[in-house]
Design a protein around this ligand. Structure first.
Ligand code: 13P
Length: 283
C-alpha cells in the first residue's frame, strides 16, 4: 500500500527502529526492493535521486513506484531524494510522491529555513511528508559532490531552531557519513546523533549509509536514526551479479536472463539491510 513517509517514520521513531530508503532507477530495482520488503514483512521507502529522475524520467519512476506500492501488502512510501528546488518538489508531488526532500543544505540557515517552510506549506496541505537537511554531508551522489573540506556537521542548536520554525517531518543530519564509496572507515559522531534526537524529538535520517560498519549502524539506530538511505551497496550487488553472469554466459543476449540474477542479488542485499535496521516484521 502507498502511504506517506511520515506514517512509516513516526512508527519507526516511536518504536526505535529504522526503515531503509533505497534508490530506484528501473523496474528490476523496484521489484527487488518490494520483494525484499514483502518477504520480510517490512515497511520500505523507494526513493528517486536526481540521477534517477534524469535517467528514467519522473513519469516512469512515479509509475513504477505507485504500481509497486499499490500491489504490495507492506507500507511503501515514494520519496524524492535531495529535491533541488520548489518546482521540482511540486512536480514530484503532482506525480504522486508521498514524501519529498527539499535539500537546502547549501544555503545559510535562514535561507534553508525559508525554502523548507515554503515547501512544507504546500506539501502538508496535500498530505505529503517532507525531509530537509541541515549541515553538509560529504561525498558524491550522482552529479552532486560535496568536497571533504566543505563538510559541516549538524549543529544541535541550529537543528532545534530549524525544526521549531519549519515543522519538518524528518531531518537529515551530517554526522560523519558520506555518499558513495568510502576510502577509510567512516567514524560517526554518536553523541551528536543523541543530542539532536533529544533536542528535536523527530525522526532523523542518515545519508551515505553504504559501507558504514554494521555496529555503527545499529548504534546510530538505537540513538534515534529512523530512515537510512542506501544506494551504493545495492549498485555493488547488482553490478557484481551481472559481471558474474556474463563471465559464465558470455554469449547470452537475453536482458531478462542477464538482469534476473542482478535483481535477486539486490533483493538479498536489501533483506540484509532490513534485518540490520530492525524494520523486519514491522509492516
Ligand atoms: P550511499 O550511496 O552511500 O548508500 O548513499 C545513499 C544516499 O544517501 C542517498 O541519499
Amino acid at each position: 500500500m502507498l502511504v506517506t513517509g511520515r506514517e512509516i517514520l513516526q512508527d519507526a521513531h516511536k518504536n526505535n527502529y529504522a526503515v531503509g530508503a533505497f534508490n530506484v532507477n528501473n523496474m528490476e530495482i523496484v521489484q527487488a526492493i518490494i520483494e525484499a520488503a514483502e518477504e520480510t514483512n517490512s515497511p520500505v521507502i523507494l526513493q528517486a535521486s536526481q540521477g534517477g529522475l534524469k535517467y528514467a524520467g519522473v513519469e516512469y519512476i512515479a509509475g513504477l513506484g505507485k504500481i509497486a506500492a499499490y500491489n504490495a501488502k507492506v507500507p511503501v512510501a515514494l520519496h524524492l531524494d535531495h529535491g533541488t528546488d520548489f518546482d521540482q518538489v511540486m512536480l514530484c508531488i503532482r506525480h504522486g510522491f508521498t514524501s519529498v526532500m527539499i535539500d537546502g543544505s547549501r544555503f545559510e540557515l535562514d535561507e534553508n529555513i525559508a525554502i523548507t517552510k515554503k515547501v512544507i506549506e504546500v506539501a502538508h496541505a496535500v498530505g505529503v511528508s517532507v525531509e530537509a537537511e541541515l549541515g553538509k554531508i560529504g561525498g558524491t551522489e550522482d552529479h552532486i559532490t560535496v568536497d571533504e573540506r566543505d563538510v559541516t556537521f549538524t549543529d544541535p542548536e541550529e537543528a532545534k531552531r530549524f525544526v521549531e520554525e519549519t515543522n519538518v517531518d524528518y531531518l537529515a543530519i551530517a554526522v560523519g557519513t558520506a555518499h558513495g564509496l568510502y576510502k577509510g572507515e567512516p567514524k560517526l559522531d554518536f553523541d551528536r546523533i543523541k543530542t539532536i534526537k533529544e533536542i528535536t524529538g523527530i525522526p532523523l535520517v542518515l545519508h551515505g549509509s553504504s559501507g558504514v560498519p554494521e555496529e555503527s549502524i545499529k548504534k546510530a539506530v538505537s540513538l534515534g536514526i529512523n530512515k537510512i538511505n542506501i544506494d551504493t551497496d545495492l549498485r555493488v550487488a547488482f553490478a557484481a551479479a551481472i559481471k558474474d553472469f556474463l563471465k559464465e554466459n558470455p554469449d547470452n543476449i537475453d536482458p531478462r536472463k542477464i538482469l534476473g540474477p542482478a535483481k535477486y542479488a539486490m533483493k538479498e542485499a536489501v533483506m540484509e539491510k532490513m534485518h540490520l535496521f530492525g524494520s523486519v516484521g514491522r509492516a
